[in-house]
Design a protein around this ligand. Structure first.
Ligand SMILES: [Mn+2]
Length: 251
């Protein structure tokens, strides 16, 4: 149902680039979060060292931190992060590696430049947990501002913030309104439509995208596969963006 042609970008990434599904990350255990994240990091280190740009289907949002560890370069990466939550919380329930804090970890371990980080679609009742976003210098675009200024302006700001440096694009499906993507663990009403998400992603054309992910799609909570379709469609758009990134060229 998704692809093979992107009518907006006028490209067929599967025909023009070497694209493959390389399967799941094998975890030694699902009972030890620290070890599981080490396994993810090692898997992505191998991918990045082969010169491959990973587009990941999660998994909850805890996976983004070890992915960033695996694909890290010398230069800190910029983030264009789509989510209803900032995910810069403290440790919770005895763990500092849960799905609500990957970006605090990524900044504190020197992987991500908070001044080249923009978080889009933010809303909801857990805002007090995310002070770290503002304290560290991230740009937080609440959903109200997103609607006031529009997709184009948000995209323009992101482009100027990202410049020519490396960019990672994590996409939490709960950024989308649950009317369009109900199958997720922490839905928050009042989000953007799938069309608005696609249009905003398209504003990222030409950035040096070194990886992207779609996280928090939860099939048991889904209805008629609507969230899976949204996730797969967004993933296809991310693939096209990565394929068009300046560092890439057709095989
Ligand atoms: Mn998230």
């Amino acid at each position: 149902m998704v692809g093979p042609y992107n009518h907006y970008m006028k490209m067929s990434p599967f025909a023009d680039f070497r694209v493959a599904d390389i399967g799941d990350v094998h975890l030694r255990t699902t009972c030890n979060l620290e070890e599981a994240l080490q396994d993810i990091e090692a898997f992505y280190r191998k991918i990045a060292s082969a010169g491959v740009v990973p587009i990941t289907a999660g998994g909850d949002h805890s996976i983004t931190y070890p992915i960033l560890r695996g694909i890290a370069r010398q230069e800190r990466v910029g983030l264009v992060h789509f989510d209803s939550h900032c995910d810069t919380a403290h440790s919770y329930g005895g763990s500092g590696l849960h799905h609500g804090c990957p970006y605090r970890n990524a900044v504190e371990s020197g992987l991500v430049n908070p001044e080249r980080t923009i978080q889009v679609g933010i809303r909801g009742g857990t805002e007090p947990l995310w002070q770290y976003s503002c304290e560290s210098g991230m740009r937080v675009v609440h959903i109200e501002e997103f609607y006031e200024v529009g997709c184009r302006e948000v995209a323009r700001e992101r482009r100027s913030m990202m410049g020519t440096g490396p960019v990672y694009t994590p996409f939490d499906i709960d950024c989308i309104d649950p009317a369009f993507a109900p199958g997720t663990g922490t839905p928050v009403v009042g989000g953007m439509t799938t069309f608005e998400a696609l249009q905003t992603l398209r504003g990222l054309r030409g950035l040096d995208i070194i990886g992207a992910d779609i996280v928090e799609v939860s099939p048991p909570f889904d209805h008629s596969g609507i969230t899976a379709l949204a996730g797969a469609t967004l993933m296809f758009e991310l693939l096209c963006l990565a394929a068009e990134s300046p560092a890439r060229s057709p095989s």
